[in-house]
Write a protein that binds this ligand. Structure first.
Ligand SMILES: Nc1nc2c(c(=O)[nH]1)N[C@H]1C(S)=C(S)[C@@H](COP(=O)(O)OP(=O)(O)OC[C@H]3O[C@@H](n4cnc5c(=O)[nH]c(N)nc54)[C@H](O)[C@@H]3O)O[C@H]1N2
Ligand SMILES: Nc1nc2c(c(=O)[nH]1)N[C@H]1C(S)=C(S)[C@@H](COP(=O)(O)OP(=O)(O)OC[C@H]3O[C@@H](n4cnc5c(=O)[nH]c(N)nc54)[C@H](O)[C@@H]3O)O[C@H]1N2
Ligand SMILES: [Mo]
Length: 691
């Protein structure tokens, strides 16, 4: 099956007809294997590859529309140059050569003063290792541009996990199907991790108990046996109370604790301070729910946690991930392949980042690092001894910061600076592209090579181009290669083609011929990776106590850190707001795909009857959601999906496709998490009024 046509790797283009193996590029744990049907050079259908275990022949609604997105009437197919005022979104076509000559000249002029005034801004629009940070990273390293701290999604939880387990490691996802208890924690799996949900369904049919921990009554919560609808940002309190009950009832694996953990005495003492009653008050759930979950966790042998990043977008996100990551070691759940925890599997992949990104091109320079989560403040910062030069040029690729970064009022003001030179590589004229001086058209996954790891399973996937680039679109790599030539970067690494880069990513670890042949290859990972300990921490143990954190002057033990914006702490803004993903969008991607936007309707705020009634808010009415940082308008839905006191502003709409040219990030803050310097999208107080 598949690849019935011959592809010329050197040309990098597919022609004619057939079925091409690829990989879904989107920022999602599932990383599906794709089969694209091509007829006369046109991609007519994209489906899930049935030969790939984790994809199992099924795609989500969004990606099954990938051809619609690719051939979208508004796809950018030629370079554009700004002709109107900044942010007005008015552009005229320009030749590639002219655009690149001018961009290179502008960057060179800035770099002569200080290359750190140039900043790349990218995230996971594509997760492909080649079209994200390969030639682009080499380019910015060679230039000596500011480095970007890529914190916008997962660094708090990632850091918490690393301090406790030693890395982004955990259970193999397939074994959730065999578990007897699955705790789905901070994850709306039906929306954001569909292929895991299929495994949870298998377990459920075999008698497993499913428990969901989420402030929102999600579609996933509806289908679990139990839902702990906690107050946002109280997960660590809940985890500590669970430990309290494990201790009080001696539901502990003393042998596992003695052999494979570090810091038990301290953790024990900390947990004993968290009675279920105390946690119930903090979390806002019945005490019996906490006791019941502790009993289930303590008495089920095959007990597994599917943790996701939804719980770490608050001040104490890193600590919360740490506390939760202690639970499987306490009961020895790791002894079994269907026990333990999975937040992210990405740390298990032996990616050769040094080969791809070539940090040696810095040649001893140590540019400053800018945190992508505070881009609003940083674009508005003047030069200073502490900050260094003001940011004068921004090259954006694989990201839509004007829509997705917090406190967008400031982000917009920053992007609107007349003295900021902005280049955006994109598929579409997004909110961010509106502010560009040049927009450069990029290829989609159907049009370029790439290779992928996954953060939800343990297979490497290869993506072959299925069709020729649309119009004049170019892979990100090609754009940076050509810029490198114009900047006079002579290093031979800038000549590596995309297939060569795909080979470099896992060289020596993954058989590239296997990837070429089947489109995917599984890593060799033990079924129960920590059955005998062997955590990749400095001590080799599960570190309840982290010396590395203590050295940094932080608490070595996990604790509950209340949100920056706890309900009750502000007289004007009584409601907590979370802004989780909408099912038919992927962050801000797909918002412009008509058929998907039609399903989502309009930007929506879910609000509980108890909060809606006194404010005169009714379903379908327009409301303004506001705080001191800004305001945005959307439609209200009075719904028990919201817990009293918490509103759910479903994300992440393109600002210009919303009701008033703003979106939910108008009200989120640039505060940072306890670990990992991440954003706190779900730690946000607002007021809501009918309009
Ligand atoms: N359809 C779709 N799929 C996606 C995405 C998307 O936008 N749309 N986004 C992708 C991305 S970028 C990522 S990072 C991944 C993971 O994406 P996540 O952002 O983790 O997405 P969800 O799985 O929806 O999990 C968020 C859940 O956490 C809940 N939550 C909010 N605050 C708290 C809290 O304080 N505690 C707890 N326990 N729960 C809380 C929310 O209500 C929501 O149901 O999914 C990816 N998959
Ligand atoms: N309020 C609130 N804000 C959030 C979140 C939330 O839950 N609530 N979630 C946060 C999270 S988890 C994340 S990960 C971030 C996501 O933020 P981003 O990584 O910025 O994700 P997207 O909004 O999907 O934007 C990705 C862009 O990359 C483009 N793109 C895709 N592939 C390519 C390519 O090959 N080349 C080029 N040049 N461009 C490409 C797409 O067209 C799209 O416009 O948002 C964060 N923002
Ligand atoms: Mo994310």
């Amino acid at each position: 099956m598949a690849d019935t046509i011959s592809i010329s790797p050197s040309a990098g283009l597919a022609i004619a007809s057939g079925e091409i193996r690829g990989a879904c590029p989107h920022d999602c744990p599932d990383t599906c294997a794709l089969l694209t049907t091509v007829e006369d050079g046109i991609a007519v259908k994209v489906r899930g590859n049935p030969a790939h275990l984790h994809t199992d022949g099924t795609l989500c609604t969004k990606v099954s529309r990938y051809a619609e997105r690719t051939y979208h009437a508004e796809r950018l197919t030629q370079p554009l140059k700004r002709i109107g005022p900044k942010g007005a979104g008015r552009f005229a076509p320009v030749a590639w050569g002219e655009a690149l000559d001018d961009i290179a000249a502008r960057l060179q002029a800035i770099a002569r003063r200080d290359p750190q005034a140039i900043l790349p801004y990218s995230y996971a629009g594509t997760m492909g290792l080649v079209q994200s940070e390969s030639i682009a990273a080499r380019f910015f390293h060679k230039l000596g541009a500011s480095l970007l701290d890529r914190t916008i999604c997962s660094t708090a939880g990632g850091e918490g996990l690393t301090q406790t387990l030693g890395g982004k490691v955990g259970m193999k996802v397939e074994f959730f199907a065999e578990a007897g208890l699955i705790v789905i924690w901070g994850s709306n799996s039906i929306t954001s991790n569909l292929h895991f949900w299929r495994l949870a369904q298998v377990a459920k049919r075999n008698g497993a108990r499913l428990v969901c921990i989420d402030p929102r009554r999600t579609e996933t919560a509806d289908k679990c046996h139990e839902h702990l609808q906690i107050q946002p940002g109280t997960d660590a309190a809940l985890a500590l109370a669970l430990m309290h009950e494990l201790i009080a009832n001696d539901w502990l694996d003393h042998d596992y604790i003695a052999q494979h953990t570090l810091g038990w005495e301290g953790l024990r003492e900390r947990a004993l301070g968290w009675s279920p009653e105390r946690a119930a008050r903090v979390c806002g759930v019945p005490v019996q729910q906490i006791r019941d979950l502790a009993r289930d966790w303590g008495t089920t042998t095959l007990a597994a946690i599917r943790l996701n990043y939804g719980m770490q977008r608050v001040r104490g996100g890193g600590n919360a991930a740490r506390a939760i990551a202690c639970l499987p070691a306490l009961t020895g759940a790791w002894r079994h392949r269907a026990g333990g925890l999975l937040l992210s599997s990405s740390g298990m992949f032996p990616v050769d980042k040094t080969a791809l990104q070539r940090p040696d091109l810095l040649a001893g320079r140590q540019p400053r690092t800018i945190n992508m989560s505070t881009i609003g403040d940083d674009l508005l910062r003047p030069a200073s001894a502490q900050f260094g030069p003001a940011i004068e040029a921004l090259i954006v690729y694989n990201s839509n910061p004007v829509a997705v970064a917090p406190e967008s009022g400031k982000v917009v003001r920053g992007f609107a600076r007349e003295n900021l030179f902005t280049v955006v590589l994109e598929h579409f004229q997004t909110d961010t592209a509106d502010f560009a001086d040049y927009i450069l058209p990029a290829t989609t996954q159907l049009e370029h090579w790439d290779v992928h790891l996954s953060y939800g399973h343990t297979d490497v996937l290869l993506n072959r181009p299925a069709i020729a680039p649309l119009g004049q679109a170019r892979p990100n790599t090609q754009t940076f290669r050509e810029l490198a030539v114009r900047m006079g970067f002579a290093d031979t690494c800038f000549a590596d083609d995309d297939e060569a880069l795909c080979r470099q990513a896992f060289a020596g670890h993954v058989d590239f011929d296997e990837l070429l042949e089947s489109g995917f290859a599984s890593l060799q990972v033990p079924d129960a990776p920590f059955a005998q300990g062997g955590f990749p921490t400095p001590s080799g143990k599960c570190e309840f106590f982290s010396e590395r954190l203590a050295w940094q002057g932080l608490d070595g033990l996990p604790d509950h850190l209340p949100n920056y914006e706890v309900p009750g702490s502000s007289p004007h803004y009584p409601l907590a707001m979370i802004s989780p993903p909408a099912r038919n969008f992927l962050n801000s991607s797909f918002v412009n795909v008509r058929s998907l936007r039609d399903i989502e309707g309009e930007p929506l705020l879910e609000i509980h009857e108890r909060d809606a009634a006194p404010r005169g808010i009714v379903t379908g009415g327009v409301v303004r959601v506001f705080n001191d940082r800004g305001e945005y308008r959307c439609k209200a839905e009075v719904s028990t999906r919201a817990r009293p006191g918490v509103v759910n502003g479903m994300g992440i709409w393109w600002r210009k496709l919303g009701l008033d040219g703003t979106n939910v990030n108008q009200v989120t803050s640039q505060n940072l998490t306890d670990m990992g310097r991440g954003p706190v999208f779900y730690d946000c107080l607002v007021e809501v009024q009918p309009v």
